[in-house]
Design a protein around this ligand. Structure first.
Ligand SMILES: O=C(O)CCC(=O)C(=O)O
Length: 287
């Protein structure tokens, strides 16, 4: 569960201001080892030329539901996501990737590539706007200089900053370099300019990204497979709307996305969140 409501409110203020907020030590070594092992297994299952392995996996909740669902449905991150986006949070994609190391002498660019994330746009004003999507990123190792820290331009989700092609792999004067620790989760607004840094550690650099968007958008991952459909059936049996929404089933969409908007959004969202919690059927105690 959330560390405390007050903490989440502080995270929200920070997120609105700088476009990201960091939740330290969300995942332990065991969870991260499982994900690394899973990456290796997925890689071995891919057909094709072993000299050109696949490093980037999507649809991972379908491919490995037991180890992935706890991260997708992490209550702390979802509580926060609902404060940011309202109770309209869907899994767009869960990406588990590994970036191979490159020899330091071959690295000609310090920055992997500045970008905003999927479903973004160049900010139109300096006001904070609810994002269409947020990215909850965890690295499965400490991001030392050798592993390649994350870079972000604080406030760029509220500024129409653009970067010319020839400068997209260069450090930016306003960048903040984030040496995240293994297991931390950073939640970023999809309008935030950010970039990775090339990995010269001699080891794999693991990247784990739970990308959420609003339930009325399309989703990148396929939620029609048997494992995700089973998660949906179980959530339906519990009347658990938050979990249903994660996989594209939003029974309240018509009422809530067409509510008339005559009351502050945050107030309305909080009421709906309480209603969703109350609607969950109590677990049946084993006899
Ligand atoms: O490599 C990283 O640290 C960031 C990757 C990233 O920003 C992305 O895939 O959107």
């Amino acid at each position: 569960m959330a560390d405390s409501t007050r903490d989440l409110v502080q995270h929200l203020a920070e997120f609105k201001e700088q476009g990201f907020t960091l939740f330290p030590k969300v995942y332990d070594a065991e969870a991260m080892e499982q994900w690394k092992r899973k990456h290796g297994e997925l890689q071995q299952n891919v057909l094709g030329d072993p000299k050109h392995p696949t490093w980037w996996f999507r649809d991972t909740c379908e491919l490995a539901p037991r180890v992935m669902l706890p991260a997708v449905a992490n209550p702390l991150i979802l509580d926060f996501a609902e404060l940011v986006m309202g109770p309209f949070v869907q899994l767009d994609n869960l990406t588990l990737a590994a970036f191979p190391s490159v020899p330091a002498e071959q690295v000609c660019r310090k920055v992997s590539g500045w970008h905003r994330d999927r479903y973004s746009q160049i900010p139109r004003s300096s006001a904070f706007e609810r994002p269409l999507a947020i990215n909850a990123i965890t690295y499965l190792q400490d991001l030392t200089d050798e592993f390649g820290p994350l870079r972000a331009i604080p406030g760029s989700h509220r500024k129409p900053i653009t970067i010319p092609q020839e400068e997209r792999s260069l450090p930016h004067p306003d960048e903040q370099i984030l040496h995240m620790r293994a297991g931390d989760v950073i939640v970023i607004h999809n309008g935030l300019l950010h970039s990775g840094t090339p990995n010269t550690s001699g080891q794999l650099r693991y990247f784990f990204s739970v990308y959420y968007n609003l339930t009325w958008l399309k989703h990148t991952d396929n939620h029609s497979g048997p494992n995700v459909q089973q998660i949906i059936r179980q959530a339906r049996a519990r009347n658990d709307h938050r979990t249903l929404r994660l996989f594209g089933v939003d029974d309240h969409l018509e009422a809530r996305a067409n509510s008339g908007f005559m009351q502050p959004d945050e107030e309305r969202w909080a009421e709906w969140t309480v209603a969703d919690r109350k609607a969950i059927k109590a677990e049946i105690e084993p006899a």
